[in-house]
Ligand binder design. Structure first.
Ligand SMILES: Cc1ncc(COP(=O)(O)O)c(C=O)c1O
Length: 470
């Protein structure tokens, strides 16, 4: 066994080697890097590891033994004793604080249902990964070529985007892809149009890259394309299910958006985060299907499998993929081989398709239930797709207060006002119905309606309260 401590011996120093060694062990025990019960390497291994004679290692251990720092256990080896450190361990982090929302029912949007036991398809993929040795060197910075091939087939089949592996880059999810793209394709100080209300992480990413954000209003169909001006070199959009209002951008507006990008030379960033889920409505073409030269398309596993996988993909022109991959090769920032290999197995075995089919069935009923429970309190919108709906509330309701009261009642929701920037609009709640079990969803909605009852004396009305009308 090698020593896991970085032990450094200085032959030029006046101090004998065994004393240098003993002091480094002492320091490591004192500051908590070596803990009680930790097994130390044998004197033979230690000596070999440090290229010193065994007598040096032995003398260091004898010294530590005499001082009570370590003890020998016959037949087992040498261990750190349970000594009281002379000073508090400085490196140890405090015990993790319990997550205050862990016991709450969450209706925050964005997280799929994940059952208590892993599926056979999931287990099969990881078994397959664990049976392989890792690759010998660095992988392709754009992603494993076989995986990009399989994903090109996948996005062609499910999103209608005609592309090959040269158009694909594997990411750690949408936000990772977006940040990479902004770093490579945009200059600080440039302007970017973002939907308002819109996805907060996209706004933060743009700010972090010193971009100037242009707020573009949204209606029940999604981005108001007519509000885009010609001096904006990029626009971030969620056409399949506008986040958070839930509109599905109609074909005519998609065409208008593409025409705008072609005319102005702008780059369109299509965040396709939950397009796998739609209910009783026909699919709409991805923007990337209409023009891969102008559109960069971001896909993710966060809504279909789990956000904790941190996996997604970016589809773009081959020249854009080359630029992104070159940047990544220099930064070393791409998903690890085991994750990519597991995704490959899941795609090949049909596990991803199966998870999407199952999700659609499960969420379809929950969506209907959620809409019917909440309809009396305002206007439910965005219910045709995705994993969340938005409840528009009467003007007099304070959505942040409703959110705070719901939290006190044990339910986590998101206020619509959290997503608004400069474009005014009614208050509301963004309600995800995918995360809890069906039973918990029913309980959570029951608790939420009790809170809403207290805030909505005129249930179902979008008028002002009598007090406000005065
Ligand atoms: C609009 C939008 N885009 C993307 C994502 C997913 O991001 P990621 O793939 O980085 O997990 C979410 C998740 O909530 C989202 O709401």
């Amino acid at each position: 066994m090698e020593s896991s401590l970085p032990l450094i011996l200085d032959r030029a120093a006046g101090l004998p080697l065994h004393l240098q060694l003993a002091e480094q062990f002492r320091a490591a025990i004192r500051d908590g890097r070596l803990q009680a019960g930790h097994r130390l390497p044998s004197t033979r291994d230690l000596a070999k590891d440090l290229s010193v004679s065994r007598s040096v290692a032995q003398a260091a251990y004898d010294q530590l033994h005499a001082e009570g720092w370590i003890e020998g256990r016959p037949g087992a080896g040498t261990f750190v004793t349970d000594v009281v450190p002379l000073q508090p361990a400085v490196r140890r982090s405090p015990a993790p604080r319990p997550d205050p929302t862990a016991d709450l029912l969450t209706l925050r949007p964005g997280i799929p249902y994940i059952g208590p036991t892993p599926d056979p398809g999931w287990r099969r993929a990881w078994r397959e990964v664990s049976a392989q040795s890792p690759p010998r060197g660095y992988d392709d910075a754009a992603g494993l070529p076989v995986l990009r091939e399989a994903l090109a087939e996948h996005v062609g089949r499910v999103r209608g985007i005609a592309c090959g592996p040269e158009n694909l880059l594997i990411t750690n999810g949408t936000v990772h892809g977006l940040r990479l793209l902004l770093a490579v394709a945009m200059q600080p100080g440039e302007r970017i149009a973002i939907e308002d209300p819109g996805y907060l992480n996209a706004v933060v990413a743009a700010r972090d890259h010193w971009l100037e954000i242009v707020d573009v209003p949204v209606d029940e169909d999604g981005l108001r394309v007519g509000a885009l001006t010609d001096d904006v070199p990029a626009a971030y959009v969620t056409p399949s299910h506008q986040y958070p209002l839930g509109g599905r951008l109609p074909v005519a507006r998609r065409n208008e958006l593409i025409r705008w990008a072609r005319r102005t030379g702008a780059m369109l960033i299509e965040d396709d985060y939950d397009s796998e889920f739609r209910y009783d409505v026909a699919p709409l073409p991805a923007l990337a299907q209409l023009d891969l030269d102008r559109v960069v398309h971001l896909g993710t596993l966060s809504k279909t499998l789990s956000p904790s996988l941190r996996l997604g993909w970016l589809v773009a022109s081959d020249t854009m993929i080359d630029r992104l991959a070159t940047f990544r090769a220099e930064s070393g920032d791409w998903p690890g081989w085991p994750m990519q290999a597991a995704l490959l197995a899941m795609l090949r075995d049909g596990y991803l398709d199966q998870a999407v089919r199952r999700g659609r069935r499960l969420y379809a009923d929950r969506r209907i239930h959620t809409c019917s429970v909440l309809a009396p309190y305002g206007q439910v919108i965005g219910q045709d797709a995705g994993l969340h709906i938005t409840l528009l509330l009467p003007e007099y309701v304070d959505d942040r207060q409703v959110t705070a009261d719901a939290l006190a009642a044990g339910v986590v929701i998101a206020p619509l006002s959290e997503y608004r920037r400069s474009t005014p609009g009614p208050p509301g709640l963004v309600i995800g119905y995918a995360t809890p079990s069906t039973e918990d969803l029913h309980t959570a909605l029951g608790l939420l309606t009790e809170v809403l009852d207290r805030h909505s004396p005129l249930r179902g009305s979008t008028e002002a309260t009598p007090a406000q009308r005065k």
